[in-house]
Design a protein around this ligand. Structure first.
Ligand SMILES: [Zn+2]
Length: 424
């Protein structure tokens, strides 16, 4: 809690300059987050630009096609997956290139070296391979691509039986040799009655062996929800939201409250009587222990895991759970309502409303808390972080420079709030 609100403007600028002069910002040892690596650690001095922490590979979300970028293996740039092909963004050259060296290629089918699949929803680079979530002919595919040879292999296919039957892998996370993903299955019973089920599954990257961890059909109420919160070789973290009190079915509710919104009713009920738990399950899901009661994740869910560290909140206090040690640590008690939180570059970013909005970050290296000036804006963060590579943040900017979607800013410029240096 030290220095809250004091480290502003020129002091942050001075800090950023100091760190960049140190060569491999912000240090050769990352926070304790599994396979954290730094950009400059394995290179000759002066051959790599000063860079922040390279985000760890473990527990990283698949980048959503057409929306997200994810860091390259060496952390120097971004992979920007489209719904069919893969592009690479080089922040040093400020250049977006299609990853296909074939001259004259139209980049439109399997013959293209940048080809990922027919209808791709997610992309991840993990342990030297590329992984793709794709939907092809109503079937869902987890595909592995060798970045060197561009050879494609389907690790797992959820096969559609006919045109009334479809599977989709909507989102996923890579962790310790497995892909954790949400699988949606839609079908028309007797070609007339629409049915849908969703599963949280775990697919082995070695052999495609698949386990079902949760099945929405098993939920007690329609308000129940499970959120994947991290995994290692021995356990799986799950945020479980359950409604244990009695509730009305949609039919009962609408009979008593014609024209009202059943979804809102469930949300209000969850707010009053819902049970929120961070659970640590045994790897085979046979048993769990409650790590924290009242635990919630943030709307920046994809950035709440940083290697084997998982961020969560109880009321207005932020915690981090470390899968490696099995322990939670309190990080900061927000001086107001905690609105959102995420972790990039070895730092925990969070928004507090008191009632004005403050954009803060906690540096895990020195425990110091900083508050950004945020251009004086009090209704939202001027730069919403969506992703990072070693040197650069990716996100949306909405402030004095205008409304810029899917733009980039160097980490140094972000901490110094030099938004005029945002680039594409
Ligand atoms: Zn091509």
């Amino acid at each position: 809690m030290k220095k809250h609100g004091q480290m502003i403007g020129s002091e942050i600028l001075a800090l950023a300059l100091l760190l960049s002069l140190a060569g491999c910002l912000p240090g050769e040892e990352g926070p304790d987050a599994g396979n954290t690596q730094t950009g400059a650690a394995q290179s000759e001095p002066g051959t790599v630009e000063p860079a922040g922490y390279i985000p760890p590979e473990e527990n990283r979300s698949f980048a959503a096609s057409g929306m997200d970028c994810c860091p390259t293996e060496d952390g120097t740039g971004f992979y920007c997956p489209g719904t069919q092909i893969l592009r690479y963004y080089d922040p040093a050259a400020r250049d977006l290139i299609t990853l296909c060296p074939q001259s004259g290629c139209a980049h439109g089918d399997e013959s293209c070296e940048a080809w990922l699949g027919e209808s791709v929803s997610g992309f991840a680079a993990y342990e030297g391979s590329w992984y793709v979530l794709a939907e092809e002919n109503n079937s869902a595919v987890l595909r592995r691509i060798d970045p060197q040879t561009r050879e494609r292999a389907d690790v797992k296919v959820f096969q559609s039986q006919n045109i009334y039957d479809s599977y989709r892998l909507s989102s996923g996370v890579v962790a310790h040799g497995y892909v954790y993903a949400w699988l949606d299955h839609d079908w028309w019973e007797d070609q007339t009655v629409y049915q849908k089920e969703s599963f949280l599954i775990r697919i082995s990257q070695d052999n495609g062996t698949t386990d079902t961890l949760f099945d929405t059909a098993d939920y007690i109420s329609p308000a129940d929800r499970v959120t994947f919160a991290g995994a290692d070789e021995e356990q799986v973290l799950i945020l479980a939201e359950t409604l244990t009190s009695d509730y009305l079915t949609q039919e009962e509710y609408l009979a008593q409250n014609p024209g009202e919104d059943y979804g809102l009713y469930l949300m209000d009920l969850m707010e009053e009587e819902g049970v929120y738990e961070l659970r640590e399950y045994a790897f085979d899901m046979s048993d769990y222990r409650v790590v924290a009661e009242g635990a919630r994740t943030s709307s920046s869910w994809a950035l709440t895991r940083y290697g084997d560290l998982t961020l969560y909140a109880v009321d207005n206090t932020l915690y981090v759970y470390d899968l490696a040690t099995g322990e939670s640590r309190m990080l900061v008690e927000a001086p107001g309502t905690l609105r959102n939180f995420l972790m990039v570059d070895g730092k925990v970013m969070y928004l507090v409303r008191d009632p004005e909005l403050h954009v803060c970050y906690l540096d895990l290296d020195d425990g110091e808390i900083h508050t950004l000036e945020n251009e004086g804006k009090t209704d939202g963060a001027v730069f919403s972080i969506m992703g990072e590579c070693g040197s650069t943040l990716f996100g949306n900017y909405n402030g004095k420079e205008g409304n810029l979607l899917g733009c980039y800013i160097s980490k140094e410029d972000y901490y110094a709030e030099r938004y005029e240096n945002i680039f594409y």
